[in-house]
Design a protein around this ligand. Structure first.
Ligand code: A3P
Length: 295
């Protein structure tokens, strides 16, 4: 895979994640003031990042709009010098001291590679999952926005589909990623499993449950304001959440905030691909207690 970084058998975003950072990251010490959002790429990470940031900023959306998202929600395995040599995120081993009530982070790492303090329950972990068919389609489009996830911009859907199914792709196998965190978050008071389709159905309710989880209750007025601020349309119009102005993204052909719907996979999966995928999904998910809604 061109552009990818390979570290201990993991295929990681190249030029963004460096072996140096992967090693240093294992010593990051997280505690009760930290919340780490973990996700497979394109499952709604940015959405949950904005909701949790807004909670950490106690509903102050005006303040949120002033701070670049990669600074307020640092990507823990990213070597921030790749994007910005003077990034304050790189300033200390752990990261900058923030003014929100909690420090929010995000990661795409598989459970086995999360820093030990996070795995040991010293901080809160929020896992974001999305139905794999839409997740696959969103990831396919992401390659048109940037090459740092390793695939070529002109990749065709039919060539990409088997890569997603087999996990021979940046960040690896979707099934393993999701199911490992499903087991980790179940019956774990420091971890929460959040689903994209549930956010679409009831953002307000999901947000309230995130507030409880991190221990920062908002007022009904603040909550209304944050729900408005985190709608797809306002996040698309917001340069900070649409991740505009970062040289690694080419917004010419597609946008970071692309479509934001459930069921777009129907425009991509052929009948044969859908049948094959359903079979794979069934074989991996049977008996796990986890299932997704696809429309
Ligand atoms: P699509 O490509 O299907 O539109 P991530 O942040 O993990 O990279 O995920 C990006 C996906 O989440 C994109 O999906 C994006 O449009 C969607 N998304 C982000 N914010 C959203 C919102 N407020 N409402 C609905 N979808 C959102």
């Amino acid at each position: 895979i061109p552009h990818a970084t390979v570290w201990e058998g993991q295929i990681l975003p190249g030029g963004v994640t460096t072996p140096d950072k992967m090693k240093a990251m294992q010593d990051m010490v997280f505690d009760e003031n930290d919340v780490i959002i973990v996700s497979y790429p394109k499952s709604g990470t940015t959405w949950v990042s904005e909701v949790l940031s807004a909670i950490a900023y106690e509903g102050n959306t005006e303040k949120l709009k002033q701070v670049r998202m990669d600074e307020r929600v640092p990507w823990i395995e990213m070597d921030h010098r790749c994007w910005d040599p003077n990034s304050p995120v790189q300033a200390s081993a752990k990261g900058p001291v923030r003014d929100g009530k909690k420090q929010i982070w995000f990661s795409h790492l598989h459970l086995d590679y999360l820093p030990p303090t996070a795995r040991a329950g010293k901080c809160k972990v929020v896992y974001v999952a999305r139905n794999p068919k839409d997740n696959a389609v969103s990831y396919f489009h992401f390659h048109r926005l940037t090459t740092f996830m390793g695939l070529q911009k002109d990749m065709k859907w039919n060539d990409y589909f088997p890569l997603f199914c087999s996990g021979y792709i940046c960040v690896g196998n979707w099934f393993k990623h999701t199911l490992d965190y499903w087991k980790f978050t179940r019956n774990n008071p420091n971890a929460k499993f959040v689903v994209y389709e549930d956010l679409k159905k009831d953002l307000m309710g999901e947000m309230q449950s995130l507030e409880e989880f991190v221990g920062i209750p908002l007022t009904p007025e603040q909550r209304l304001e944050v729900v408005k601020h985190c709608s797809f349309d306002s996040m698309k119009d917001n340069k900070m959440t649409n991740r505009e102005g970062l040289a690694v993204f080419d917004h010419g052909e597609t946008k970071f905030m692309r479509k934001g719907i459930v069921g777009d996979w129907k425009n991509y999966f052929t009948v044969a691909q859908n049948e094959a995928f359903d079979e794979l999904y069934k074989s991996k998910f049977e008996g796990t207690g986890l299932s997704f809604e696809f429309e």
